[in-house]
Design a protein around this ligand. Structure first.
Ligand code: SF4
Length: 190
């Protein structure tokens, strides 16, 4: 039995917000951006065993203009940081960033002058994935959580209300970790 049989008279009601979120989460294309060992796990996730194609995401785009998800898979060197930023800037909006692994998220064990201590120093990050290396199952779990976040992303007047609420929380001195991802904080707060 399909969804059609359950609907009264074939009518389906939703909101523009819900529909936009559904379409956005169902059409994510990742940019090709493997930087180190984590990239091997990312490639495995695209293979037949884990099958990212289930989500229509198996085509890693070589052009940032055709991608709306950057999976930062591996440590980011100081030399690579401006390149990463340029690729991010060339991606079309709306776009999302997934920091894959402890190195991309915080520098990990590479606490030295050559490695950026967290890619959120360079681009806003929507979701952090821990582990060294995170297994493909973990990457898929993070992608599903990102899908959920995109599905519930606010638009229009709802987004304005959300921004005002975040500003009030910031003025009240609420911890920034309670204000959502760094992407939301940077894009929404003055
Ligand atoms: S988190 Fe581990 S597997 Fe991933 S890039 Fe760093 S050292 Fe490599």
């Amino acid at each position: 039995m399909g969804l059609e049989e359950k609907l009264p008279s074939g009518i389906l009601l939703t909101t523009v917000e819900g529909l936009a979120g559904y379409m956005r989460k169902s059409s994510l294309w990742p940019a090709t951006f493997g930087l180190a060992c984590c990239a091997i796990e990312m490639m495995t996730a695209g293979g037949p065993r884990y099958d990212l194609a289930r989500f229509g995401m198996e085509v890693f785009r070589a052009s940032p203009r055709q991608a709306d998800l950057m999976i930062v898979a591996g440590r980011v060197s100081q030399k690579m940081a401006p390149v990463l930023r340029q690729v991010y800037d060339q991606m079309a909006n709306p776009k999302w960033v997934l920091a894959m692994g402890v190195c991309a998220s915080s520098g990990g064990m590479f606490n030295n002058y050559a490695i950026v201590q967290g890619v959120d120093h360079v681009v806003p990050v929507d979701i952090y994935l821990p582990g060294c290396p995170p297994r493909p199952e973990m990457l898929i779990d993070a992608i599903l959580k990102l899908h959920d976040k995109i599905q519930h992303q606010k638009l229009g007047a709802h987004r304005t209300a959300e921004v005002q609420e975040l500003e009030q929380l910031a003025l009240a001195g609420t911890s920034t970790t309670e204000l959502g991802s760094s992407a939301e904080r940077r894009s929404l707060l003055p």
